[in-house]
Every structure is written in C-alpha cells, then in structure tokens.
Design a protein around this ligand. Structure first.
Ligand SMILES: *Cc1c(COP(=O)(O)O)cnc(C)c1O
Length: 447
C-alpha cells in the first residue's frame, strides 16, 4: 500500500492495549441522541441492538483505525460498510475533495466530472455501456428495477432470501422460511401489493428460480442478486449458480441484475462480474464508488439505459446526483484502484492471512462444530454454526448470542467487527500484518 496515510499507520505497532475500554462519553451521547433520533441513530445496524449493546460514537478514523469519543482506538473491520477500501482518511481522496470544494459544492447542472466518472465506471465494468449516477445503493437498485420493468413491460421481480438491496419498498421482502410461497413484507409500511410483486427464491438454488418462472410465465421483469451475498454474512455462489441465472434470464426474456454495491471494485476492479466472468444486463453500485460520500450508480445495456429519462419514458432524477464533491472523491478512489492493480493481490494476501488464521484457531480449538468462516477476497464472515452456510436458511442456524459475545469481546479489546452476525467483515488496504496479528490474538482469546 503506497498511500501516505497507510505508511503512517505502519508505526502504530503495539499501541493497542487489551485493557477494558471506557465508554462514558458514548453512553451520554447515545442517551441524548435517543431523544432526538429514532433509536439514537440514522441507520439501524449502527445501534448495536443486534448484539445487545449501546453504540460507540466515532470521532475520527485513520487508515485501519477508528477512534471513539472516549479516546478508544479500534482496528476497524467495517470500513463504513465497504467504501473505505483504501483505509480511512485517505490522502488521495481528501486532496481531490479539497480541490473540488474550491470550485463550489453543487451546481444542479452538467459537469465534466460526471463524464469522467461515467467513463471510469464503463471502462472498469465491461457490461456497463451507459451509467446513471444516484445518491445511494438503495436508489440505484430501485431505479434499475424500474428500468427493467420499463424495458420488459413486466411487473414482477425475483430476489433471493437473505440478499439485501437497500430499503426501497419492493426489495424489503425476504419471505424467510416461506420460500417460494407468496412474499410478505419484512417491514411495516410496505403495502401487500408492492410485496406481492417481489418473488423470493433461495440463493444457490436454481430449481427455486425455475419454479418461479414456471409459475409466473412472462410476468418476471428481472432477477436481482448479490453475486456474492454479504448481507446474510458472506455466502459464496456455488459453481454454476450465477451462470445458471444468466441462462435462465436469457431464455425467459428477463433481465439479470447484479447488485454489486458491496462486491463492485472490491472482489476485483471490475467487480464480481469480472471475477466470475458473467455479463449481467444491469448492475448497481454504491459504497466504494463514493469513497465515503453518498453515491450510487446503475447501468448496463445501452438499449435498456436509453429508456431512462430524458431519453426515454422511465422517469428517474436527482437534485444532487453526480454531485461534484461525490464525483471527485469517487474518481480519486477508483482512479487509484485502477492505477494500482497490485492492491487487489495485497488485499487478498492480508485478508487471506486473517481468514486462514481464524480457520487455524478454529481447528486448533476443535471448534469446527460451532464455527465456520466464509470468505472471498477482502470480505468474509464468521458464523457460529457448524454447518456449511450456503443460503439464508443455513445462515440463520448461527448462534447470534455467541456472535454478540464475540463482538463484545473484540470491541472491548480494540477490534471493531460488524455489530451483527449477518454482516461482512471488510479488510482494507491499510490493514497490515500488525493489525491482522493483533486481531487474531484477540480472536484466539475468545474462541
Ligand atoms: C448497502 C447495500 C445497498 C444499499 O445501499 P445504501 O447506500 O445503503 O442505500 C444495496 N445493496 C447492497 C448489496 C448493499 O450492500
């Protein structure tokens, strides 16, 4: 890793301590925040509710580290849920932001930066012929689904149980154990009629997809999938699954949508679709492409994207879409990734040491009947179950109480992992041997 701040982080060796952290200031802030914001937070997973704790309030972040309001320091494996692939507070990104800021914050008019971003995205991801910038992953997915409906003239979509595609109404459906039955919403406030348009199949089960196409002939506009799900914990596609989806969609005249909001620019520069060599019709991005600013994008086949307004009848707009600061940050991060392809090998090496280290600990402690690791590239999950986790049903076998205890132990000892079992662990280019070793020592103490 050759950014300046990453090099600085090399000198932090052994400055972590294992003494119990003090959370006084975070507790005060949380008590007050809870009076003004639902649950004290602006996004639920930050609340630590799933692990039975109160959240820590973060003051700043640098490289692989988070620092909270009480002065505690953590090795961070959340990375803002993915955007911080180069590590926090990256110099390249910050310099680009500062320069852009000098020219003004938002114009509500066309800019060259948007063109630069669009060209970068299309060059990186072969299936992208045209792209539209939005402000979040949720918006990207919502808009891609609308485009798919507009293109096919069909109403229904298929998603997979356990895959998360943002909080738009149509995607807040998982059906849980009611696989293949009528979908019901996961959230209050989603109308039954909206939920009924979302059919739910089982990840890694092509049969469940085929059955839905048979039952809803000529009604299905698209199949949307996280090519590597990271929102039920990390689950790997089995051999032939993604290829099978491609074939089914082609045969049925439905669009295949890859939600690469996490996997894009992470599993490879060209995302999961490059890694697995599959060409989706549409793809959704977010997280990494904004480098920490609120950004999303969707794009794909020209004939589909040409239906988007103002060219075509599928309406989609955004006051701050393609915002100059967001574009500057994204262009800087993506440009850096493009110009340093060796980073992906480095990420895999460091993350590989973490995941194989965890596996080694599990073997050594003969804990394999209670603990499995799923990982690919720089993301992975530890599931507290002895079963192979290959879909939502098997992921749900995890002992979430045990995960909560693991989370608490790690947090109290300087390691910030996802505050929920069904989330990924993100390794950044700022995580080096010191950070991985420290993490493995703490995990060894707990497991
Ligand atoms: C985070 C995420 C989203 C939603 O993105 P937001 O920016 O939070 O709206 C959509 N899909 C996947 C796969 C995600 O991980």
């Amino acid at each position: 890793m050759n950014t300046k701040n990453a090099n600085n982080m090399m000198n932090t060796k052994n400055t972590n301590t294992t003494k119990k952290a003090n959370f006084t200031r975070s507790k005060e802030l949380f008590a007050e925040a809870s009076r003004f914001m639902p649950g004290g937070v602006n996004s639920p997973v930050r609340s630590f509710k799933a692990v039975g704790r109160e959240p820590v309030f973060i003051k700043r972040a640098d490289g692989a580290y988070l620092f909270d309001e009480d002065g505690n320091k953590y090795i961070d494996y959340v990375g803002s849920w993915g955007p911080a692939i180069l590590g926090h507070n990256n110099t390249v990104v910050k310099d680009a932001l500062r320069a852009a800021m000098e020219n003004g914050l938002s114009f509500g008019a066309a800019t060259e930066a948007e063109l630069t971003m669009a060209k970068l995205l299309c060059a990186a991801v072969p299936s992208l012929e045209m792209v539209r910038m939005v402000n979040s992953g949720t918006e990207a997915v919502m808009s891609a689904l609308r485009a798919a409906r507009g293109f096919t003239g069909r109403d229904k979509i298929i998603k997979f149980a356990g895959c998360y595609h943002g909080h738009a109404d149509a995607t807040l459906v998982k059906a849980g154990s009611g696989l293949l039955s009528g979908a019901s919403p996961d959230s209050a406030g989603v109308s039954a009629s909206t939920a009924a348009g979302t059919l739910v199949a089982g990840f890694n089960s092509l049969d469940s997809v085929t059955a839905l196409f048979e039952r809803h002939k000529q009604k299905i506009a698209a199949v949307i999938v996280e090519p590597v799900p990271a929102n039920m914990g990390v689950v790997l596609p089995e051999k032939g699954f993604l290829e099978g989806l491609r074939d089914i969609c082609t045969a049925e005249g439905a669009l295949l949508i890859f939600d690469e909001v996490i996997t894009g620019f992470r599993l490879a520069f060209g995302g999961a679709q490059e890694l697995f060599n599959i060409t989706p019709d549409l793809s959704c991005f977010g997280k990494i492409i904004g480098a920490g600013l609120p950004v999303g994008a969707y794009g794909g086949r020209r004939e589909v994207m040409e239906l988007i307004s103002p060219l075509g009848p599928v309406y989609q707009a955004g006051t701050l879409s393609g915002n100059p600061l967001a574009m500057a940050a994204g262009i800087a991060q993506l440009g850096f990734l493009r110009d340093h392809p060796e980073l992906y090998r480095q990420l895999e090496t460091e993350a590989g040491r973490l995941f194989s280290g965890l596996n080694e600990i599990i073997r050594k402690k003969k804990a394999a009947d209670a603990c499995v690791i799923n990982s690919i590239g720089s993301i992975g999950s530890i599931f507290f179950t002895g079963e192979n986790v290959r879909d939502f049903t098997s992921a749900l076998k995890s002992d979430t109480k045990r995960y909560a205890a693991y989370f608490s132990y790690m947090l109290d000892n300087g390691v910030y992992v996802a505050p929920a079992q069904f989330e990924a662990l993100f390794v950044s280019a700022s995580h080096g041997k010191n950070e991985i070793d420290f993490t493995l020592e703490r995990a060894d103490e707990f497991l």
